[in-house]
Write a protein that binds this ligand. Structure first.
Ligand SMILES: O=P(O)(O)OC[C@H]1O[C@H](OP(=O)(O)OP(=O)(O)O)[C@H](O)[C@@H]1O
Length: 296
């Protein structure tokens, strides 16, 4: 699933509003007749690019006539110095959009870069990596898009996507068996059922209840190996709980179907990306000196 301008516009406006709720007190006074300038958005680190449409929409929201040339696309690997985008727009536009456009790119590329690293670690297996719902509230769509760009898959988007029975549901219902019985009677027939199992006894109970997906939740390698024997192809298996770059390979090699990882979206190092205005037009300088004269 791709993102489109309609989906992202409210987020873009939210970002710009943080920046520009009552004008630009620095750039706004410097631009004078506000000539068209050219700027490059370029990588300062190595990673996977994500968020080109977000940067584009940020620029176009302020200056719809801006000319934007893409030199890479989401999912491309970049090196320090790679130009992602060349933009022709008013000087005043660059001052307003710079932080916001770059932050979308930096944060989303950070997620895509980390995701690609995880994916590459286990590409010798058939295991599917997914995200979780862990991340920034309000930005789930963005984070999950970046995970897909990085080469992994999405787990549920929200509570309406499947019946996911967690520890607290089991406590409230009394048992896995009881929870599944109640939910089978009320949930849509189209839904799959997944149960988080912390022990092999829970795996056994969930299998007897006939669920489609068993999560090995916070289990060690040996328990997961036993869990897989128990399941024996009767359900999909998902490993989860604190899995990181140092633990993922042996888990994937066990042969679970899915590994879900909160780290993809809850602990992200941004990719370093910058914006540089080129070819400064002399009229901009003239305006600055005129301002200086006026203030003398
Ligand atoms: O890769 P992680 O960051 O560990 O995320 C995955 C874990 O999160 C979920 O549990 P839950 O929502 O109960 O969170 P918690 O187990 O981390 O408290 C899921 O059942 C995994 O245990």
């Amino acid at each position: 699933m791709k993102v489109n301008r309609f989906m992202i516009r409210p987020l873009i406006e939210m970002g710009l509003r943080e920046e520009l709720s009552s004008g630009d007190t620095t750039g706004g006074f410097l631009v004078g007749d506000d000539p068209i300038q050219t700027a490059n958005i370029y990588a300062k680190g190595k990673g996977i690019v994500c968020g080109m449409l977000f940067a584009d929409e940020t620029i176009r929201t302020i200056e719809p006539e801006a000319r934007i040339e893409y030199l890479v696309e989401d999912g491309d690997e970049v090196e320090p110095g790679t130009v992602l985008m060349r933009v022709q727009a008013r000087a005043s536009t660059f001052f307003v959009i710079e932080r916001s456009a770059l932050d979308w790119l930096q944060q989303m590329s950070g997620i895509a870069t980390k995701t690609r690293r995880y994916r590459d670690l286990i590409k010798h297996t058939k295991v599917r990596i997914t995200d979780t719902r862990k991340g920034w509230p309000g930005l789930r769509m963005v984070q999950k898009y970046a995970v897909r760009v990085g080469g992994a898959h999405n787990h549920i988007f929200n509570l309406a996507n499947c019946v996911l029975v967690k520890d607290n549901h089991i406590k409230i219902a009394g048992s896995i068996t009881e929870a599944v019985k109640i939910l089978r009677a009320s949930a849509q027939h189209t839904f799959k059922f997944e149960v988080e199992c912390e022990t092999l006894e829970m795996v056994d109970e969930a299998l007897k209840a006939g669920v489609e997906i068993i999560m090995f939740d916070n289990m060690d390698l040996e328990e997961m190996r036993e869990g897989l024997k128990l399941v024996n192809g009767r359900a999909m298996t998902e490993a989860s709980g604190g899995i990181n770059e140092t633990t993922i390979v042996p888990i994937a090699e066990l042969g679970v179907d899915v590994i879900s990882i909160g780290d993809l979206t809850h602990t992200v190092k941004a990719l370093d990306i910058s914006l540089d205005v080129k070819d400064i037009k002399p009229s901009a300088h003239r305006t600055i000196s005129r301002l200086k004269q006026l203030s003398n």
